[in-house]
Design a protein around this ligand. Structure first.
Ligand code: SF4
Ligand code: SF4
Length: 435
């Protein structure tokens, strides 16, 4: 795409990076067919190509963002399906991240939108606050129908819908030593939402990795990866989270580290991008690049190093839902499927496996209508496979799908742990087995 940024504009490294992305786009439109919002809404401006054009005009003309541009950029899930499809290597992720920050700095949203976004940014990245919010949400569940009827308050109604009926008690993160052959030391990201909603994922990861031969540690001082605020356009908060984690993991790397293991693929995509996010920060750029190079999804590491010996998986039909951040963000397509099959499960995938489930970080709260349609569609395609269990690799997807199906939804590591000697996952137990 031809651009007309001035040489003065291009002195800004962020503008220069976006200009390079835009120039790669050749308008071919291949990406439109695999964009969930275009598939649902059929509007060119809700396709990657249309959004690239809108963002180009906004950045090039240094326009104040208009309500129309904001609406179409906000509707983007950042699912990155367009990046998988694009034959020209357009890095849509970096462009939309820039556009979101540009909009956040210049556009005054309606009061309810500002309130919702501020609440999400101040609660979700902090496990203690999130736990309290979920408990309050449980008590406030009776308000849900009222909130869902008022458009300005609908995100709060959606929060109540997604809040689990039971908030698990906090579980301290405890490392453990490798069993048998030692393949090195890894640090597992503690994250924010996953540890609050599904602490059993972390426990299964520790058991599985130690049996796979890794010493597992948790780093003191790390926090949310920053993706929640980064994707809300709150660039300073996202970068602050990235810097804090890089500083923490720098010490771990200096002590010798085989990998930084991530169990939520949304966080993994962001951590693998720290090198880009902090590239112009002289104090953190080099360490951020080291962190990004060491970050791996738990399935990526296991695919490389091998599963512990399988103890004979129960003969279950597992429908695997690949999170967008896994398949498009990190380009990990086969790894989880192959691991589940190697562990002895009967694995299948739904039609349109490339399409987002609508979770997308905070998207299901901020864009509930589109997210709801995508979630219903995903749940229906998974249920059509008649699975015993649904597996996925991101707690946001698990929550989004579990709200729409009676089939148990687990993280891949819970099944792999079970099949290789770990306990039966809690979500598969009958009530009487839970006591
Ligand atoms: S990131 Fe997803 S929703 Fe956004 S333009 Fe690309 S394919 Fe469409
Ligand atoms: S597929 Fe790539 S090059 Fe083609 S329109 Fe989409 S982003 Fe542009």
């Amino acid at each position: 795409m031809q651009t007309r940024f001035s040489s003065e504009q291009l002195l800004d490294p962020q503008v220069a990076a976006s200009e390079a992305v835009i120039r790669k786009c050749v308008h071919c439109g291949f990406c439109t067919a695999t964009c969930p919002t275009y598939v649902l809404l059929g509007d060119e401006l809700d396709s990657p190509r249309g959004r690239i054009y809108l963002m180009k005009e906004m950045l090039e003309q240094e326009q104040e963002p208009t309500a129309e541009v904001v609406r179409h950029v906000d509707r983007c899930l950042s699912c990155l399906s367009c990046m998988t499809t694009c034959p020209s290597g357009v890095n849509y992720m970096h462009l939309v991240d820039h556009a979101r920050a540009y909009i956040e700095a210049r556009y005054r949203r309606p009061w309810h939108d500002r309130l919702t976004r501020a609440m999400l940014a101040r609660i979700l990245p902090f496990p203690g606050r999130m736990r309290i919010a979920l408990r309050v949400a449980r008590l406030a569940r009776w308000m849900r129908p009222v909130l869902l009827r008022v458009p300005a308050l609908r995100p709060f109604g959606e929060m109540l819908s997604l809040a689990p009926a039971r908030v698990p008690a906090p579980v301290a993160a405890r490392g453990a030593a490798a069993v048998g052959l030692n393949k090195g030391r890894v640090v597992v990201l503690q994250g924010c939402a996953e540890g609050v909603l599904r602490p059993e994922i972390r426990a299964a990861t520790v058991r599985l990795l130690t049996r796979a031969g890794y010493d597992v540690d948790f780093a003191t001082g790390e926090g949310c990866c920053g993706s929640l605020t980064w994707h809300l356009g709150r660039a300073d908060e996202g970068l602050a989270a990235a810097r804090r984690n890089v500083a923490t993991w720098r010490e771990e790397i200096d002590r010798g580290l085989a990998a930084i293991v991530v169990t939520a693929s949304g966080c993994g995509t962001t951590i693998k991008d720290y090198g880009h996010m902090l590239r112009d920060d002289p104090d953190h750029a080099a360490d951020a690049a080291r962190v990004s190079a060491l970050a791996v999804d738990v399935c990526e590491l296991l695919a490389e190093s091998g599963l512990p010996a399988a103890g004979g998986a129960p003969s279950l039909r597992v429908a695997y839902q690949s999170p967008c951040s896994m398949q498009h963000g990190q380009k990990l397509r086969r790894e989880p499927l192959d691991l589940l099959a190697a562990a002895g499960f009967n694995v299948c995938e739904p039609v349109d496996a490339h399409l987002c489930c609508g979770s997308a970080g905070t998207y299901n709260l901020l864009q509930p209508e589109i997210a709801g349609q995508l979630g219903d569609r995903k749940a229906a395609t998974l249920e059509a496979l008649a699975p015993d269990v649904i597996a996925t690799g991101n707690v946001g997807c698990a929550t989004q799908i579990a709200a729409r199906t009676g089939v148990p939804v687990l993280h891949t590591v819970e099944l792999l742990d079970w099949a290789t000697g770990g306990p039966k996952p809690e979500h598969l137990m009958k009530p009487e087995e839970n006591h």
